[in-house]
Structure formats: C-alpha cells, structure tokens
Write a protein that binds this ligand. Structure first.
Ligand code: UT7
Length: 327
C-alpha cells in the first residue's frame, strides 16, 4: 500500500499589503524587509477566518484530486489560529465542505503544522483503515500579530494550503512511491523564543479576564535553530529512505526567510535551483507555506510521477519535521 498525495489546493485572501504599506505604519523600509527576509508583499485577511480559507483550499485540492466530500474519511488541519478555541478548524471545514462521513481535528505545531498533520494522517490512514484524508495547513496570523512591532509584523501573512492523501493498493498504482519516510521533533525547552500567549491570561483567584495575546519572537534564536535542525532532520529522512540529497528534485521548505532557505541549501550542499521559493509573494503564512508552495509546483506541472521531493519545516514549540515523498 502507498499513501500518496493525489491532489493539492491553496488559497490566500485578496487584500495585498506591500512592504511600503508597512513602512507607513512602523519604522521599517522595503529595502530592509527585502534584504533581510526576501518578502515583498503578503496577503492579509479582512475578516475571512482560518476555517474559510482552509475550506477553500480544501475544495481546490479535492477538485484537483478528483474526489468529492463523500470520499473524505479524515480531516486534519495544522493550525494555531483556529477561529475559536473550539470547535476545531477541522470541524468547521467539515461543515463547510459537507464531508459528513469524516472525522476531523486540529494539530498544533505552529509552522510545522502541515508536516505534523501529514505524518499523523499517514499513520491514521494505515492504522484505522481509512482511505482518503484531507490534510490542510492554514493560518490567520494577521490576527495575532502586534502591528506596532516592526520585528515581527513585517514577516507574516495569511493563507491556506491543502493536500488530498489517499491509500492506494498496488494494483491501483503501478508507479509506487508515496510517503517514503518521515521525521519529526520538538524541544519544549525553547518555547520562549517564539510564543503567542493567547487565551491563557484569565485567572480565577485574581479575577483577571482573558486577554488576546500576540506573537513575540527572538528572531535570531529561531534563525539559528532552523538552520541547524532542518538540515539534520532532512538528513534523517534521506537516510531512512536510503537516498542522498542529489536524488531529490525539490526541497519544499517552510517559507520563513529567504536567508534561512539559502543556509539550509548550503548545509545540504544543493543549489537554490532545488529550493523553490515563493516567500516574496506571501511572507510567512505559518502552517500554510509548505502546502501553498507544493500546490504551486503541482499546478505549474513541475512534479512528475517518480520525482522524489522532501517537505520540511520548523516553528514554535520549538518543532521541526520533514517528509520524503515520491510523487
Ligand atoms: O516560522 C518561524 C517564524 N520565525 C522565523 O523564522 C524568524 C527567523 N528569524 C529571522 O528571520 C530574522 O532573525 C529576522 C528577519 C526576524 C531579523 O533579521 P536579523 O538579520 O536577525 O535582524 P536583527 O534582529 O539582528 O536586527 C537587526 C537590526 C536591529 O537594529 P540594530 O539593533 O542593529 O540597530 C533591529 O532593531 O534591524 C532592526 N530591525 C528592523 N529594522 C527595520 C528589526 N526589525 C526591523 C524592521 N525594519 N522591520
């Protein structure tokens, strides 16, 4: 049995915010943002929630994969910005797309959310005998960004990406492949370097009401962690799959900073031709960056049966993970 991605979809809100727009709000410049991050613009929700974006990405992925809502057995959404504490974004997506026969829940791993959700989906599909899963990475970070903090507000954007994952019997799929290897990790000792204290401030004894939180980050700490952990994690999936970096067509990396991706490429000793980038258009959409980029590659016809690719990400937790796939 092979667990394969058979369809992809993505969605970003219409409203575009350029670096110059942000320079009107905080003490920053297009030049600083471009040279330090690679970002030129981002899409920001003007009211559309995480579930609405996720559902639209899901519809596009189902259409691309030729499946309907009645085919979906499992919905996993990697997100840290579900519209409500509960219900989960996955249950909201289930309602929106009419996948009444599915079970859905969210995975909280920040920017690693899609990778964690994909790995969890693969395990559940195999162990529960499900056939088709919908794996989504969706985030609405604009609602938890402090728009007066130039060190974070220039980095993020909103969006969603989705993949339909299906277990195929060998007679259905002579190409073989699918998910070949996976690796995930977390280090809670580093929680402070990237945090959003939300929904946690209420206190019974003092009568304090819950207050909305916002993102705080020690950027350089996250940078150093990412450029060390992501290549190590990629090496582990390569070893598990019995391959080396030269066998991989694309490394589809979390889009947090162009310089982070360059540094990962250098450590893997691969050229930037193998590291597709779209950060300039969307900024860091957290759990959505990897499935949005994957969807773009798929729709541009850049993925062919047999191609080996690695998806890899990192984020708050701290968390990190990678998946080796044969398309
Ligand atoms: O999904 C995971 C989420 N997070 C990340 O991946 C973040 C990883 N880290 C990074 O991408 C980078 O550390 C940043 C882009 C956040 C910052 O780049 P940096 O090269 O590490 O800059 P820095 O923090 O060392 O700041 C350099 C200077 C400082 O000024 P001084 O102290 O040198 O005078 C900052 O105050 O740049 C200043 N600065 C800015 N200037 C203009 C910080 N933010 C801005 C800004 N515009 N937006």
């Amino acid at each position: 049995m092979n667990t394969k991605i058979i369809g992809t979809g993505s969605y970003v809100p219409e409203r575009v915010v350029t670096n110059d727009d942000l320079a009107d709000m905080v003490d920053t410049s297009d030049e600083w943002i471009r040279t330090r991050t690679g970002i030129r613009k981002r899409h920001v929700s003007e009211g559309e929630g995480t579930a609405a974006m996720a559902a639209e990405a899901a519809r596009r992925a189902m259409e691309n994969g030729g499946v309907g809502p009645e085919d979906i057995d499992l919905i996993l959404v990697g997100t840290t910005t579900a519209d409500d504490c509960f219900p989960s974004a996955a249950c909201e997506v289930q309602k929106a797309i009419g996948a009444v026969g599915a079970v859905g829940f969210d995975i909280s791993a920040a920017c690693s959310g899609f990778i964690f959700a994909l790995n969890t989906a693969e395990a559940l599909l195999k162990s529960y005998g499900y056939r088709t899963g919908l794996v989504i990475g969706a985030d609405n970070l604009s609602k938890i960004v402090d728009w007066s903090d130039r060190s974070t507000c220039v980095l993020f954007g909103d969006g969603a990406g989705a993949a339909v994952v299906r277990v195929l019997e060998e007679e259905e799929d002579r190409d073989g492949g699918g998910i070949l290897a996976a690796d995930m990790g977390s280090d809670g000792r580093k929680a402070e370097v990237l945090r959003c204290q939300s929904r946690t401030m209420g206190n019974f004894l003092t009568g304090t009401k819950p207050e909305p939180g916002y993102i705080t980050m020690e950027g350089q700490e996250v940078f150093k962690f990412a450029v060390k952990k992501v290549p190590e994690c990629i090496q582990r999936v390569l070893e598990k799959g019995g391959l080396d970096a030269g066998d991989i067509k694309y490394f589809v990396l979390h889009q947090a900073n162009y310089r982070i991706c360059e540094s990962i490429a250098k450590r893997l000793k691969v050229s930037m031709d193998k590291i597709p980038m779209n950060i300039e258009h969307y900024g860091n959409t957290s759990g959505a960056t990897i499935p949005i980029l994957l969807d773009e590659l798929n729709r541009e016809g850049k993925l062919e049966p047999g191609d080996k690719i690695i998806l890899a990400g990192f984020g708050a937790g701290l968390t990190w993970g990678a998946v080796l796939l044969q398309w």
